[in-house]
Each structure stands twice: as structure tokens, then as C-alpha cells.
Design a protein around this ligand. Structure first.
Ligand code: VAH
Length: 317
């Protein structure tokens, strides 16, 4: 990774990944792109930034060529709840953007990363200790996109030799950029509301377990996988990774340790609840651990302490 092009740079992952990679690889070596430009945002100001609609294949090719990119980190995509509301748009952006990015990687011989998700599993997948290789018959557009994406990345590796790599992310929690339209967003919103209003109304029901991860672990996972020795990667694309699994009552109880007056009630959103019900409770990360040494630093308690501290420093109250 010497010249890295990132799509969706102003999204939940991109915002922090661009900054972290600029710290490691140099400001000028990480080319941030996004559909929109937010003046004053460090992603836009601290290094190269280009406007890019990922459905425009030629524009993506031109930017990658202009900067001599040797790596593409393709993050631009719609999350699960938005994709369910606008399935045709999701297909065009999630699949159209991915195939364009893979084509650029093939043409310019770039290493390639794109995230899959626990959304790539479905109701017939084993729910607890979900294996790396198992049944994947999701019933959401997001899940269909993620499974197709995993297969497409495998195909580009086998057919064209593109060095594609990827992980199945769980819900990602961070204090920097909001997720925007996912099913797991409640586990981010709850911290903001706990600080602002001392209460939270959860749209995900009591007892619904989902895998989660704190953003610093997610960023390290991307970088470590991209830097990993390729000869050790048997799975290559779509490694299961997770740091913790919890249900709403458990995150609320953890927050209560810091904010004793915090309370939570429920107003379940049937659409996001149905999506959550179709996902695993907890996935097995053995392949990622064995093949590239995946390890997470943050559990629920450590993450909660850090989230509340960092949000308070940001002035959330
Ligand atoms: C979503 N945060 O909720 C995403 C993610 C594991 C879920 O892919 O859509």
C-alpha cells in the first residue's frame, strides 16, 4: 500500500480510516474520494480529495490513474436499512460501484479491499458461532449485495489475479462519523442520547443479539489484513471478524455504570428488527485469527468507557 485510493471517504469508516492511513502512509499517499465535499473536514483538507460518484467507471479510472494508485479501498455503499427502503438504488450503487472499482483494480493492477458484513448471512445460517464457511441465503437487498460482492471479489482474484481482500464487519461503533441507515446504528445512537437526554428509545428489541466492534479495531483489521502475507490467506475475501456480541439490555446496563440515571425503553421498528432477526447472534472468527492474526482490543466495557469519554470531549451533553 503506497498510493491508496479510498471511495466513500466521508462515510462512517472512511472518515477515520483516511486519517489513520495518512498518519501511516503519508498525507499525499491517501487519495480520499466521495460523492460530496465537506469543506473544513480533515478528509477533504489534509490531503488529496476528489469528488467521485462510484457509478461513474471512467471517472474512477481517471482519478486512480492520475494519482498512480496501487491500492483501492472501496467503501462507498448504502447500509442495510436504506438498501431495504430503496432496493433498486442499492443494487446500482452497491453492485455497480463494486464492479467499477474491481475493474479499475484489474486495469491498473491495484490491491483491493472492500467490506462485506454479517448482513451476508440469513435466517437459514447457524446463528451462534456462525462458521466462516456456511449457508449464506440472506433475504435483504443489502445481504444479496454483500454475498454477490464476496463472490465477485473471489472471481476477480481467481480469474484475473487481482489481490482482493475483505472482512465481514459486524456493527461498527464510533464517536466520529455517524453510520447513517444501518440496522446496528442503535448501538451508536444510544451513547449520544445517554449523554444528551439520559434516556434512549431502542428500535431493536430486547434479547436481540448482534455482533459489534469498536472502530479502532475495525481500522486495524483493514490495515493488518491488507499488510498480511498473501501466502497465508486461504479465505482472502470476507473473513468473519467481531469483537463482542450483545443485546440492547446489556449495552444499556454498561452505560448505567457511568450514568446511573440512564433509562431505556422500546419502540421496535419492524423493518430493522426483521433484518436483525435474520443476522447471526455471534460469529466465529477463527479463520481471521489463524490466517492473519486478527485480534480485537475493545470489549463492551472498554468501548463504553472510551465512547462516553470521547463524546463528552466533543461537547455532546
Ligand atoms: C448495517 N452497520 O447495519 C451495517 C452493518 C453488520 C451491519 O453491515 O447495515
Amino acid at each position: 500500500m503506497k498510493k491508496i485510493l479510498v471511495t466513500g471517504s466521508l462515510g462512517q469508516i472512511g472518515t477515520e480510516l483516511v486519517e489513520k492511513m495518512r498518519g501511516i502512509y503519508g498525507n499525499d499517499n491517501v487519495i480520499a474520494t466521495d460523492l460530496r465535499k465537506v469543506e473544513g473536514n480533515p478528509v477533504v483538507d489534509a490531503g488529496p480529495f476528489e469528488l467521485l460518484d462510484v457509478t461513474d467507471a471512467q471517472a474512477m479510472h481517471d482519478i486512480a490513474k492520475k494519482y498512480n494508485a496501487d491500492t483501492i479501498i472501496h467503501l462507498a455503499a448504502l447500509l442495510s436499512a436504506v438498501a431495504e427502503a430503496k432496493p433498486q438504488v442499492a443494487w446500482n450503487i452497491n453492485m455497480g460501484g463494486l464492479v467499477n472499482a474491481l475493474e479499475v483494480a484489474r486495469e491498473l493492477d491495484c490491491q483491493f479491499f472492500t467490506p462485506s458484513s454479517i448482513g451476508a448471512f440469513g435466517p437459514s445460517t447457524p446463528k451462534v458461532g456462525t462458521p466462516q464457511d456456511t449457508i449464506q441465503r440472506p433475504q435483504t437487498m443489502y445481504g444479496v449485495n454483500k454475498v454477490a460482492g464476496e463472490l465477485l471479489c473471489d472471481y476477480y482474484y481467481k480469474k484475473f489475479g487481482v489481490d482482493t481482500r475483505g472482512v465481514r464487519f459486524p456493527g461498527l461503533i464510533s464517536y466520529v462519523a455517524p453510520p447513517g441507515g444501518g440496522t446496528t446504528d442503535y448501538a451508536v445512537d444510544i451513547y449520544y442520547e445517554a449523554l444528551k437526554n439520559k434516556k434512549y428509545t431502542s428500535y431493536i428489541d430486547k434479547g436481540t443479539y448482534m455482533d459489534m466492534m469498536y472502530m479502532p479495531d475495525a481500522l486495524n483489521a483493514i490495515i493488518n489484513l491488507m499488510e498480511a502475507d498473501p501466502s497465508k490467506l486461504q479465505h482472502r475475501n470476507a473473513f468473519n471478524i467481531a469483537a463482542m456480541s450483545f443485546e440492547p439490555e446489556q449495552i444499556a446496563a454498561e452505560i448505567k455504570k457511568h450514568i446511573p440515571e440512564f433509562t431505556m425503553d422500546y419502540n421496535v421498528d419492524p423493518i430493522r428488527q426483521a433484518i436483525a432477526n435474520s443476522w447471526p447472534d455471534s460469529i466465529d472468527c477463527a479463520a481471521a485469527q489463524a490466517e492473519w492474526g486478527f485480534k480485537a482490543e475493545y470489549d463492551l466495557a472498554k468501548m463504553t468507557t472510551d465512547m462516553l469519554e470521547k463524546l463528552a470531549e466533543k461537547g455532546i451533553k
